[in-house]
Design a protein. Structure first.
Length: 254
């Protein structure tokens, strides 16, 4: 057998551990500090309270500890040093931007949900919600009536809050015993309805109690929120593909 070293007999050379390089760690911390200083100039209102400062110090301490462990692990070349500095500056910048725009980022999820499910109401203010137009150009919204989920079409051409017979039955209303004496015109022709009252109707955080409604005699694809609902609002506005509903603080009660 040959004594020459081949692929089976090659000895592995031990990795040089190398001395620790505190200058690299200092450079990373200084670069991160410079990045934070620049970001504080760009976003002067990002840190408003002692809690904000404490949270920032905690993040800086965590990153300093993590970077110290990485730096002490092995010897770095100049190229690796500058690359790592750039990476950590990027990490700090992303964390700072995320913290600065935390409120805006928190609204991305509900807005995305609204685009995927147009009937999902998005709270866009303390007493304001926004709906997204559906594919057929209508505005639908999911509400809760007496604790039961219900799907509504917002119809500015309807005068009442109109329940479909199926929804009325779900609420425990005996539709067969109602007196359908009300006559009204719809886009599909004339209709007849019977008066009723629901104890609670909620759309998002907008809540109405002891609400007069009309139970439609004929089947409907969904219940309606007409002017009797819209007139309870402070205002409503169509803009682009969105409908914004606003109400006064005293108009809703959980």
């Amino acid at each position: 057998m040959s004594n020459s070293e081949g692929p089976w007999g090659a000895k592995k050379r031990p990795l040089a551990a190398g001395p620790r390089n505190p200058l690299l760690w200092i450079a990373i911390v200084l670069a991160g500090g410079l990045g934070l200083w620049k970001l504080s100039e760009l976003f002067p209102g990002a840190i408003k309270s002692d809690w904000d400062r404490a949270a920032l110090v905690n993040w800086i301490g965590f990153l300093a500890l993590l970077s110290a462990g990485l730096v002490a692990g092995r010897r770095y070349t100049a190229r690796e040093t500058f690359r790592n500095i750039a990476i950590w500056c990027g990490v700090l910048a992303v964390l700072m931007l995320g913290y600065t725009f935390r409120d805006e980022l928190g609204r991305i999820g509900p807005r995305l949900h609204s685009e995927l499910i147009p009937s999902y109401p998005v709270a866009t203010g303390a007493h304001q919600m926004t709906l997204t137009e559906s594919a057929d150009g209508s505005y639908f919204v999911n509400g809760v009536v007496n604790g039961l989920s219900m799907h509504f079409l917002i119809d500015t051409g309807a005068s009442d809050i109109v329940l479909s017979p199926d929804d009325a039955v779900r609420l425990g209303i005996d539709v067969a015993s109602l007196n359908y004496f009300r006559q009204f015109e719809t886009a599909h022709g004339g209709g007849r309805g019977a008066p009723a009252t629901v104890a609670r109707l909620a759309v998002g955080s907008f809540v109405l109690n002891d609400v007069p409604v009309t139970v439609n005699q004929s089947p409907m694809s969904s219940s309606l929120l007409g002017l009797a609902f819209l007139d309870r609002l402070e205002s409503y506005e169509f803009r682009g593909r969105h409908l914004t509903l606003r109400w006064a603080a005293h108009s809703s009660a959980q």
